[in-house]
Design a protein around this ligand. Structure first.
Ligand code: 5GP
Length: 232
């Protein structure tokens, strides 16, 4: 089947009807704007299954593109046009914000901090403020307000869920899309590729930082997340 879009970690194929797509998870893992990359057999299946379970968990609270799991490496989703914004919600300081603002890794944000990045490979996804998002017409004021509400709501639900299985949700990146009739839906994936998860007791990373920072075996930590979520 000819893909509609071939990304770094996922491929989108046409779904059974024109309003749907199949989101297929690849075994590729990339970091640093795609400079560091590897293929880890089994990673796609784990990210897909974790993502499906988390979309199902959010189902009643946050409208999303997720329809149903198809097989162990793919799910069926509503077709949307992706809004070129990366919406990052941070509960604890880690990653880029630590360098950018000279913070201490592990510092808690209460309330959670929401940041917007402009999704542009050519510009390396720069941090932008709401005024930029509006000036660039990435979203209308109403859409932006919905996007922020949905991201904070999803973060609150996921944070509580993960704590229940011994994991701290440090931060995560959300993407949103728009249906042909203008509805805003949570889109993309929700997996340890797009979030930071630390063991609640030891603060050990159980996410893509293991690959980014060469801290161990990615498959082992993704399996551990899946196991705690009752998937394996
Ligand atoms: P940071 O800004 O600290 O690099 O990332 C914040 C959070 O968003 C992390 O959980 C990180 O995994 C996620 N994130 C930010 N940008 C990207 C991206 O381009 N791809 C992926 N997979 N995750 C991202």
């Amino acid at each position: 089947m000819k893909p509609l879009y071939d990304g770094k970690a996922k491929t989108l194929f046409p779904g059974p009807d024109p309003n749907t797509v199949i989101v297929f998870f690849k075994d590729t893992v990339t970091a640093g704007d795609g400079v560091k990359r590897d293929a880890i057999p089994g990673k796609g299946a784990l990210a897909a299954q974790i993502s499906c379970k988390l979309f199902e968990l959010l189902h009643n609270a946050v409208p999303s593109h997720y329809i149903k799991q198809r097989d162990e490496r793919s799910f069926l989703a509503k077709r949307v046009q992706i809004i070129p914004l990366e919406v990052v919600v941070r509960n604890v300081a880690a990653g880029s914000i630590v360098k950018r603002l000279g913070l201490t890794r592990g510092q808690v944000f209460d309330p959670p901090l929401l940041e917007l990045f402009y999704k542009s490979d050519a510009l390396h996804d720069p941090l932008i403020c709401e005024a930029h998002a509006l000036a660039l017409r990435l979203a209308t004021p109403h859409e932006l307000s919905q996007i922020k509400d949905y991201a904070l709501q999803a973060n609150a639900i996921l944070k509580e869920y993960f704590l229940g299985v011994g994991l701290k949700l440090i931060d995560m990146k959300f993407e949103f899309g728009k249906t042909p009739d203008g509805e805003i839906l949570l889109a993309d994936e929700i997996s340890p590729d797009t979030m930071r998860l630390w063991d609640a007791r030891t603060n050990e990373s159980l996410d893509k930082d293991v690959f980014r920072e060469d801290k161990g075996d990615l498959l082992t930590v993704y399996r551990e997340v899946a196991r705690r979520m009752g998937i394996l």
